[in-house]
Structure formats: C-alpha cells, structure tokens
Design a protein around this ligand. Sequence first.
Ligand SMILES: Nc1nc2c(c(=O)[nH]1)N[C@H]1C(S)=C(S)[C@@H](COP(=O)(O)O)O[C@H]1N2
Ligand SMILES: [Mo]
Length: 463
Amino acid sequence: LKKYTYEEISKHTSKENGIWVTYKDSVFDITDFINNHPGGKDKIMLAAGKGIEPYWDIYKQHTNNESIVNDILNPMRIGFIKEYDKNKYNNVNDPYIKDPTRSSDLNYHSVTPCNAETPLDEITNNWITPNDLWYIRNHNPVPNIDINKYKLNISSTSNDYIFTIDELKKLKSKKIITTMQCGGNRRNNLNDYKKTSGTLWNIGAISTAEWKGVPLRDIIIQKGLLNDKIKHVQIEGIDGVKASIPIEKVMNIYGDVLLAYEMNGEDIPRDHGYPLRIIVPGHVGIRNIKWIKNIILSKEEAEGTWQKGISYKGIPHYIDDVNNINIDDIYLHRQYIINIDDIAPIQEMPIQSCITNITKSHDEIIAKGFAWSGGGRGIIRVDVSFNDGKTWKMANLKEGRGQPFNKAWAWTFWEAKIDIPKDKVTVCCKAIDSSYNTQPEKQETTWNIRGLNNNSWHKIKYP
Ligand SMILES: Nc1nc2c(c(=O)[nH]1)N[C@H]1C(S)=C(S)[C@@H](COP(=O)(O)O)O[C@H]1N2
Ligand SMILES: [Mo]
C-alpha cells in the first residue's frame, strides 16, 4: 500500500479525482461508497480530503460500532499517511465543521473552503439553476449567523443606520434574475497555455437565480446618505471578505443592485450568503458579497486584496514570468514591476460563451451552451463552428434571448445542429453582445498571471 502526504490527500475531493478521507494513519477512497452512506451522501462530503475524526466526534454512532471500521471502512483502504501526525485531529477546532451540507453532485475543487462547480451536464438543463446545484466559491468557513442577533450597518460620511432583516423585509421589494460568474471561471483553459495561480475552474463557476430583496438605491435615497464626495460603495462580509462597486452602478435606476434575502423563492442558503447578500448584476462574482455586515458609502474603494490588491486586477499578458515573479511582490512592492494602483479592478465582465454538451439524435449532432456578457449587455448572436473555426453557422438563441437593453442580467442558452460528421470534429463557439463585443480566438493575448476573465473561444472535441 502506498503512502500519501496530507497535501496529496487534500486534493481528492471530487468524483473525478476520487473522494478520499483519512482515519488514524490510513487513507480511504470512498468515491463509490458515498451513495450508500446512511447519513446521506452529501453529509460525508464535508470530510472529503481530510480526517473523519472531527465528524465522528459529533456523530458518535460511528466510533461506538466497531464493525463500521472493520467491515465498511477498511475494505476501502488505499494506503497510509506519509509523516502521520497522530495528534492532528486531537481537540480539533476545525473551523469548517459547521459548514452546511452540500450536494455531492457538485464538482468539488476543495471543501475547506468550499470551491465547487455546477455539474457540467446540468448547466443548460436549468435556465434558473436550482439552489443545490449552484456553484460555491467561499474563501473561509461559512459564518453561522443567528438571525435574531443579525444586524446590517449602512453608513455614509455623516449618517449611520442599522437594519434587522425584518426591517429590510418591510421595505418595498424587487425580484431580478441574474447570472453570476466567478472571475476565475475557465482558468483551467488559460493554464493549458501557461501557468496561472488559483483554483482551476472549468466552465461551471457560473449560475443563475431569481433574487428578491430591497434596491440599495431606495435605502440610500430614503435615508439621505448620498453626497457629492461619494464615489464608491464598500461592502464587507462577516467572514472579512470585502469589495466595492462604483456609486454610479448603485444609483442607476436600471442598475438593479439589491440587498437580497431570498434566492429562488427561499431564504438564501448559508453557502450563498444567508441571511443577506448584495446582488450586483453584470459584475464579477466577488462584488456580490455574501453575509453582509457593513455597507459604507465612501470616496475610496474598499481596502484589501479583492479590490485594491492583486486578486481581481487584470495584469497584462506580458507580465508572465511566474517562476521569477512572486505574485506578492507585485502587490507588496507597488513600484517594483508595475504599479498595481494603475490597473483597474474588474467590475463588469467581458462577453462569454461555452459549450455545455454535444449529443447525438437520429442523423444529427446537437451542441448546446450558454452565452452571457457583463454590464447587462444582451447576447445578439452566437456563432458555432463544427470544424475548429474554418466555417461557422448561427446558433438558435433559446431561453434568455430578448432581455431588456442593458438589463440582460441573465445568460442566454443556445443550440446548433449539423449532420453527423464522418470524423472526429472540434466544435467551437463565440458570442456577440449588444455592444458588438466578441470573444478572442486564443488565450495568448488575454492570458494573465491571476487567470482571470478567460473568454477565448470555447472548444470541445466530438466524439
Ligand atoms: N463574504 C463573501 N462574499 C463572497 C465570497 C466570499 O468568500 N465571502 N466569494 C465571492 C466570490 S469570489 C464569488 S465568485 C461569489 C460566489 O458566490 P456563490 O458562492 O454564491 O456562488 O461570491 C463572492 N462573495
Ligand atoms: Mo470568484
């Protein structure tokens, strides 16, 4: 039997790579077992990639029953832990232990913190993504919030107001449907060209929901919080993640920035921001801060890596020496290589489209996918090629076409067909938005060291 490092074990959190857990000094591959777990296949995912001891401390039925280890766990043993630390899970104070239960159908990149994609073959089955299939991108453990103690603070240079959820729910509400996409979606594809840093998302860090909440604009107007010094609205989450958005977006009557308390007709699930999250339609995922604690109207952008720092700045493609440039150097020594303050943080995202699946029916093959652009720019066309870009045809636009001008917050689904080809083909797609922006063919000139905003033509080989 092999020996595995803690580091290696921590990478095994998905059905694709195998789901591993450890107990004492042993490593187990539980991929095929999760469907049979009596406590639920989703619950067991919390322990993926690490020790099950902290969970068994809570659910004592496991350790009270020897046959669980002997008859169930041991047959799944694949090896031992290299440099086993027998005290690792003593008196554990695992900050992730109270994370919510999640669908085992998600494609997990990690569980602590949780980074998981909407499963590829489900994306275009639902124009509105069901809550349990939504992608999850957490930087920290999920805050455990007591709704009776929860308060939102909103302040401006002069005034300061506090709201409970009940008070917010009494204000006039609005519902909007938006697609949200992580800035790192499709990073894996940039990495095929040259190494980047961050989670290697495939195309599934994108989902759509109907949100209900109060327009932030209404509160700002009612409370008289605006003055002409204010340029940015900073939003801070209970987990410490913070970001800001321009005041122009918030005060635009068509901007639809919401303080949302419902997602697809339910209280927002804990993973997605319970009890309150800001929804900034058309902007990159990070601006949609979850578990909001503070909103500050300011003349400054938010501090921190997600706004002023390196995390969401589009570093040019010619700053590419990942081996010799420490990414922190760009940040810490602001004048060292480039001045990070001169690079605008990502707000609205560029035009995107992806192929989600290719299926055969009778004598045709059918490619399906989604297209979406930032800033509410609608999709006016999707081009599909079945021969790697030599010739093209127009896809049929399906759900999501014809959304209002500059308020097309949600994605548009599309479909294209050809006769069954004799040989293997490469299918690719590119979309055009209402500003006639389109996608670059290759990653080379949009590649960046952080792996953000990849929107090069998406390609899939068939069969
Ligand atoms: N407070 C807080 N807000 C957050 C994050 C976070 O870790 N903490 N992650 C951000 C990022 S990077 C993205 S892509 C979206 C993901 O939202 P989701 O997990 O609901 O899909 O939330 C954003 N808001
Ligand atoms: Mo993100």
